[in-house]
Write a protein that binds this ligand. Structure first.
Ligand SMILES: O=C[C@H](O)COP(=O)(O)O
Length: 297
């Protein structure tokens, strides 16, 4: 297991520390772990993600589900935050997603444009902002510059910065793909190097891969891979995302291995809300049982 950093070790300014403390110790399990409900898929993938459970297309349904499920917060885009979060202000921490894109253009030169600011997040009462960084994309230079401004604003306004670190672009396809151990490990380190307070990554696929530096070109276990990714994030707290809907046992195992590795928490969306309400809450309860075993300070 890698080290799960405590809040006091992160060198945060007062605003960031206060907000992260509120998220990690005053909501959810209140034990220092994080369990976020992400709801930006309507922009990233389109309405197709709501076909499995049409009720989930309603932002109010999702916010209520997050409250009933005892989540630490919800991650949404500015349009939904301005129109729907207002009814629940103060009850559930808001992570305002500042950039995003549709899946309609190809991912070959992926860049996620900004459409919100850290000032918007302050105005809406958010406790963190989210930024998607496409590590390895040909548009990386523009992405880094965009992130630099967000990081500076977040620092100035005391707002924790959560970076969705996603390997993308044709170069990564030749190195095991966007979810390979090499790609995810590099993404975690990149977010940490660029000033993320929290990084969100996909769970790494540990399969043997070609065209990558030697340490990655051999078989590992999934536990060894996620251990390394947490280590690469260093003093940046790490969240593991859910991904597309999969079997519950596989998802619970992924959650357990992530927490065992030293992750701070989980950010699971489709696996939670692409099923009916009671089923969602049953699955959430099983995930909370896992988080309860890994308290942090
Ligand atoms: O921000 C969005 C998440 O990456 C999507 O979450 P999910 O993969 O668990 O649906």
């Amino acid at each position: 297991m890698a080290h799960r950093p405590a809040l006091a070790e992160l060198g945060l300014n007062t605003g960031k520390k206060t907000r992260l403390h509120r998220i990690l110790h005053e909501h959810g399990l209140r034990n220092g772990t994080a369990f976020f409900l992400p709801y930006d898929q309507g922009l990233e993938h389109g309405p197709r993600d709501f076909f499995a459970n049409p009720a989930a297309s309603d932002p109010k349904y999702i916010i209520k589900l997050a409250l009933e499920g005892g989540f630490n917060g919800i991650a949404i885009q500015i349009g939904l935050a301005e129109k729907f979060y207002w009814d629940y202000a103060g009850e559930l921490p808001l992570v305002l997603k500042l950039n995003g894109k549709t899946e309609i253009p190809s991912d070959a030169e992926a860049l996620s444009p900004l459409h919100g600011s850290v000032e918007d997040a302050v105005r809406l009462g958010a406790d963190a902002v989210g930024y998607t960084l496409y590590v390895g994309s040909p548009a990386q230079e523009h992405d880094f510059a965009q992130l630099r401004q967000v990081r500076a604003d977040a620092h100035r306004l005391g707002m924790p910065l959560i970076v969705w670190a996603y390997p993308r672009g044709s170069a990564i396809e030749g190195k095991g793909g966007k979810d390979s151990f090499y790609a995810v490990d590099y993404a975690a380190r990149t977010a940490s190097e660029l000033g993320a307070d929290v990084v969100k990554v996909n769970f790494p696929h540990p399969a043997k891969i070609d065209n990558v530096p030697a340490p990655y070109a051999k078989e590992t276990t999934s536990q060894q891979a996620i251990d390394a990714v947490v280590r690469s994030a260093g003093r940046t707290l790490l969240l593991v995302s859910g991904g597309g809907k999969a079997g519950d046992d596989a998802m619970l195992e992924k959650a357990r291995e992530s927490m065992e590795a030293g992750a701070t928490g989980l950010i699971f969306g489709r696996n939670v809300w692409q099923r009916d309400h009671d089923e969602s809450l049953r699955f959430v309860a099983a995930l909370r049982d896992i988080l309860a075993k890994y308290p942090s300070t």
